[in-house]
Design a binder for this molecule. Structure first.
Ligand code: NAD
Ligand code: UDP
Length: 340
């Protein structure tokens, strides 16, 4: 009997590539469609090298019917889709909202359309903690109020709302919306990791680039927040744990009580920016020079997840700690640097 095949849109990207590895290691087959707008084809070889398994990769835009249909025709039958494809830079979305509305919404709509056309009943969506907007209560529970503060977050919320409407009408279509908190780190092999273009916006890739001398110093945005050490608090989660969360979602999706669920994927622990930087400096012999600067516009002081539902619905819990996140991220930056 052949294994169930999972189609990952945007599967050559940061979260998709780690999820591909976890799915393959759990006995699923994997196909990927990616337009390489924020990734490289070499990631295919890295996934195959880590797992010793072959994957199908279609280079195409899943926002175009002909490309996503080709993926289903050449790689099917598909048991479930995990929809990662989309643009994710919050700041850019404020300046180029149409780019975000177009790619994120079209890619979701055409991929869902193709699911119906080819009889795929199971859809897992990469959502984000950004759908909670400026949450007032911690930890954040899935049933808390949803809102958005920028176009990127708006696209995530629109897609979540669309999926709710579709699931109301189509009772045999199953959806899990995974709301990620702050994924960081890399696979232990050092072969795949986060590879942002240009100067990173996110904290961990900035830290590692300072550590290897590609950037001069990290600026910690704000030291006067109402938090124990004055810096922002986030729910950082190791990418390997996050990837495992997707495997659990794929395991579960054909057996949901309701045909749509939203689930937080975080560790459920708040860690401050200063704590993360201090831990990184512990494991790297002080490699990340950091200074304090003004607050960054739009940052919420504190954000961390309530993770009970992930445990109850998916039977999943994060295992790895902040030290593992820092060690793996540093290893990836170092090995990556040698290649470039
Ligand atoms: P990423 O940019 O590394 O991966 C996205 C991948 O999708 C890239 O390989 C890109 O080339 C591809 N892509 C983009 N548009 C496409 C299209 N129309 N057709 C085919 N491929 C396309 O990003 P990531 O960090 O892996 O994020 C994956 C998903 O998770 C995104 O939807 C993102 O919004 C969401 N998310 C990410 C984070 C995070 O911190 N990384 C947090 C919350 C949610
Ligand atoms: N941050 C920082 N310096 C940087 C990048 C980020 O101090 O160069 C802080 C940022 O202000 C936030 C936290 O790190 O409090 C996490 O930011 P990131 O952009 O990684 O994720 P976000 O929580 O904004 O999605």
């Amino acid at each position: 009997m052949s294994n169930k095949k999972i189609l990952l849109t945007g599967g050559l990207g940061y979260i998709g590539s780690h999820t591909a590895v976890s799915l393959l290691n759990s006995g699923y087959d994997v196909a990927i469609i990616d337009d390489l707008s924020n990734s490289h084809i070499e990631v295919k070889d890295a996934i195959q090298k880590i797992t010793g398994k072959k994957i199908d990769v279609i280079i195409g835009d899943c926002g175009k019917a002909e490309d996503i249909n080709r993926a289903f025709e050449e790689c099917g039958p598909i048991y479930a889709v995990v929809h990662f494809a989309g643009f994710k830079a919050v700041g850019e979305s404020v300046h180029k909202p149409l780019k975000y509305y177009k790619n994120n919404l079209e890619s979701a709509i055409e991929t869902i359309n193709a699911c119906f056309k080819y009889g795929c009943k199971n859809f897992i969506f990469s959502s984000s903690a950004t759908v909670y907007g400026n949450a007032q209560r911690m930890p954040i529970v899935e049933s808390d109020l949803l809102s958005y503060t920028q176009p990127y977050g708006e696209t995530k919320l629109v897609i979540e709302n669309m999926l709710c409407g579709i699931c109301k009408a189509e009772k045999d279509f199953n959806v899990i919306m995974l709301r990620y908190f702050n994924p960081v780190g890399a696979h232990e092999s050092g072969l795949i990791g986060e590879d942002p273009n240009g100067i990173p916006n996110n904290l961990m890739p900035y830290i590692t680039k300072v550590a290897v001398g590609k950037l001069e110093k990290l600026t910690i945005f704000g030291s006067d927040y109402p938090t124990p050490d004055g810096t922002c608090v986030r729910d950082f989660i190791h990418i390997t744990d996050l990837a495992e969360g997707h495997v659990k979602a794929v395991d579960k999706i054909g057996h949901l009580e309701n045909n749509i669920e939203a689930v937080n994927l975080g560790r459920g622990k708040g860690v401050s920016v200063k704590e993360l930087v201090d831990t990184f400096n512990e494991i790297s012999n002080g490699a990340c020079k950091a200074v304090y600067g003004p607050r960054r516009e739009g940052d919420v002081p504190v954000s961390y997840a309530d993770v009970k539902k992930a445990n109850e619905v998916l039977g999943w819990k994060a295992r790895l700690g902040v030290k593992d996140m820092c060690i793996s991220a540093y290893k990836w930056e170092l090995s990556h640097m040698e290649k470039k």
